[in-house]
Design a binder for this molecule. Structure first.
Ligand code: PFF
Length: 460
């Protein structure tokens, strides 16, 4: 008992239950909800994608989140150490290795987009979007902004630097302090923007696209994209929730926490769509506009709506901070590994992993017009940032989640996992449902989806 207590103090632990929920929600809620969800929805048929997405959250994401948090809380270790603790000397730790690599991979391109949000905060604050900004103007502003190589690299560096600063400060003070205020504020401003967007002329068409499913729009890739998006949005498949779960004291109810995080995360994504699509259709823009979508669509209303300057500035500042609470968790995965397993100081781990992500992020930063060879890679015809996004942000998380489900379902065993879930928290009402989902539904669904992608070759 005394040892556990001192261990918790040394590794750090969450100050309170609400602190943990907010920090985990802070990891989950970020650019994935507000930047990625709307444009992926726009590219993949609208409402039908949303439907498949919600199913993926419920039947795959939520059970995997419970699995990750449980592994973390039981072992009190990082992504790699946790597998080593439960299956010593086996190859299962490669799942953790994949997670650490994926964390750095995602951090690299994610911070590029996060850098754009900082740039857009400055632009809105400076009044660049006041007055009427047409869709074409907004598009031109975005293109010009992201294609400037120096600005892109500077903002990337700034963002990774800020992430390193917070992660270097330790677990509860750094991460928890931020999330408590920011997430609820972001939610409120989204509600406000939704209310405004729904009053726009032409909003109806946007709502139809977003909410009336058209099954004829399903393609092979739709399922892979929806699943990848759900895992990305919930921060699953790379051990971020294992790491966060490892700072959880044993008396907290894992399933309830996981449910709340998933619910909050999904609500924010759905709200973001409810803001974007009415505006998009009222401006006559193309829903399949790609990664620039949010940055092109939103400024067109900040010029028009009452107090738009203020809301625009607030929105981008909150989005940048929501991105920060996500990059913190991305960096925490490799850092926790080097601190726990390799005996590195937190400072050394933060400096080296942060620098690595920065260097790896440079080609992504230059792929939006800075260097044209990086905008459309030979053979695959997508840009470097899109490639990183697909490889690390979709496939690595999907493969990681598959192995986490297999590990808990067949190696560690659902009975042991359930014993950990119920330790200190009382009976888990959905124990049989969760066990069936983790043993059968998750692995089969993921294998079928990945197999289909492999056969059809529609990777991107
Ligand atoms: N969930 C974050 C978002 O939606 O923005 C991104 C992310 C963070 C993915 C942490 C994976 C992760 F481990």
């Amino acid at each position: 008992m005394a040892q556990t207590a001192s261990n918790e103090i040394e590794r750090g632990s969450w100050g309170s239950r609400i602190g943990f929920i907010l920090a985990a929600a802070g990891s989950a809620i970020g650019l994935g909800n507000i930047w990625r969800f709307p444009y992926v929805t726009g590219e993949n048929g609208g409402a039908i994608f949303v439907l498949i997405y919600v199913a993926c959250v419920l039947f795959i994401g939520l059970p995997v989140m419970i699995a990750e948090l449980t592994i973390g809380r039981h072992t009190q270790r990082n992504a790699i150490g946790a597998f080593e603790a439960l299956a010593p000397g086996s190859a299962w730790k490669l799942v953790g290795v994949l997670g650490v690599v994926t964390g750095i991979g995602i951090l690299s391109f994610y911070s590029v987009v996060a850098g754009w949000t900082v740039g857009y905060f400055v632009k809105t604050f400076a009044g660049e979007f006041s007055g009427s900004v047409s869709a074409a103007q907004s598009e031109a502003i975005f293109r010009e902004f992201v294609s400037n190589p120096w600005v892109a690299i500077l903002l990337l560096g700034l963002f990774i630097g800020a992430t390193m600063y917070v992660v270097g400060g330790g677990v509860s003070e750094g991460i928890e302090k931020w999330s408590k205020i920011l997430m609820p504020a972001l939610f409120c401003i989204l509600l406000l923007l939704t209310a405004y967007a729904l009053t726009l002329e032409g909003a109806r068409k946007g709502l139809e696209f977003y909410l009336r499913p058209d099954p004829s729009k399903i393609r092979a890739a739709t399922f892979a994209k929806a699943l990848g998006q759900a895992l990305f949005s919930l921060s699953l498949g790379m051990g971020a929730m294992i790491t966060y779960g490892s700072y959880l004291p044993s008396h907290q109810r894992v399933p309830l926490s996981a449910f709340q995080v998933a619910l909050f995360d999904t609500l924010v994504a759905l709200l973001a769509g409810l803001v974007i699509f009415p505006i998009l259709f009222s401006m006559g823009l193309n829903p399949a506009g790609g990664p620039g979508l949010v940055f092109v669509v939103l400024p067109t209303i900040f010029g028009k709506m009452p107090l738009g300057w203020l809301f625009g500035t607030l929105f981008f500042v909150l989005l940048a901070l929501a991105a920060l609470t996500s990059t913190i968790s991305l960096l925490e995965v490799p850092v926790a590994f080097f601190v726990d397993e390799k005996g590195w100081s937190r400072r050394r781990a933060v400096l080296s992993m942060g620098s690595l992500a920065f260097v790896l992020g440079i080609p992504s930063a230059l792929s939006q017009g800075g260097i044209s060879a990086l905008s459309s890679l030979p053979g695959i015809r997508i840009g470097f940032l899109d490639l990183m996004n697909a490889v690390f942000g979709n496939y690595c998380l999907t493969i990681g989640s598959l192995f986490i489900a297999l590990f808990v379902g067949y190696r560690w065993g659902v009975e042991k996992a359930l014993a950990e879930i119920e330790r200190g928290g009382g009976r888990f009402a959905f124990r049989a449902v969760w066990a069936a989902l983790i043993r059968y539904v998750c692995p089969v669904a993921v294998i079928v989806i990945l197999g289909y992608i492999l056969v059809t070759g529609q990777y991107f």
